[in-house]
Design a protein around this ligand. Sequence first.
Ligand code: NAX
Length: 331
Amino acid sequence: MSAAKAPVRVAVTGAAGQIGYSILPRIAAGEMLGTDQPLILQLLEIPVEGPQKAMRGVAMELDDCAFPLLEGIVMTDDPRVAFADAEWALLIGSKPRGPGMERADLLKDNGAIFVEQGKALDDVAADDCNVVVVGNPCNTNCMIAASQAKRLAPERFTAMTRLDQNRAQAQLAKKSETAIADVENIIIFGNHSPTMYADFENATISGKPAVDVVSDDAWLKEEFLPTVGKRGAAIIEARGLSSAASAANAAIDHVKSLATPGGPLHSIAVRSDGNYGFAEGIWASVPVTTTGVGTYQVDTSFQHSEFAVGKLGVTNGELVEERDTVSSMLG
Ligand code: NAX
């Protein structure tokens, strides 16, 4: 019999939030890192009694699930405790946009959180820690956190666009009346915002170009793209709350794909080195193949029409603007 694996430390911020509540039992059940991988959850919440108390409640429920893989739960309001020796850090917690708040204020308020957390990660996380930013605006928050890191490599900081990919895949499967698994190579480019480009031109359905199978250019350009881009707002409108179960599911997919070398192409926002016309140094979503646990290579083979290049230009412009807004926070 082989020896039991050593536990992996997984830090999760915003542990008392909606996504936290959806994701934590799934991580503890082994859905993210595998059903033979013991783990220790290190939960971070803001130093305010309400969220701290709610986090303790979540931990009580995790205890009550009696997950065999869950070897410990750390609860704290100190990022240096939460991130200590973490091999995976899911940065979910951030400030929501309040009434009358400008986007620039949101960027700056959240930027301050990611300056602090980036420094703490660099000080105490495991050398090969993989940092996954979910809290919005996630691309720019990720860039800010990575910019604080002197020890950790910027490539280890990724932001989540997998929910957008999953949304796009589901919409194409519905439209073409095929199984989800038959829709492949559907990649999100750019920002996790309504400017993102869900690249239907390179997608395939049952091995054939999606554009040929769908055969409805107007639907792809005028319905599919806005539906995917504005899906978050549609969920808020319907539920009165933002996406949580699907966001938690996407974060699990993101980590699983990033931890599984040789799997299919997937969308993650990574530091741009100029591919696809994205400005160097911003975090833009692109297709990647995973090469090792937490390492990946950007697939630069996608061809884009003039229409797509225009879309990529818009989302790149937004990311550059976001970077300009937070330039004083970049380390
Ligand atoms: P909630 O407001 O339910 O929970 C957020 C939690 O984070 C709160 O409990 C809050 O106290 C905590 N928090 C705030 N600042 C913190 C800090 N500095 N350290 C630790 N915890 C902190 O939001 P929820 O619905 O869980 O969403 C979390 C974030 O995910 C939001 O920023 C949201 O916009 C973002 N999303 C990102 C998505 C993506 O695809 N990248 C999709 C889903 C979601 O909208």
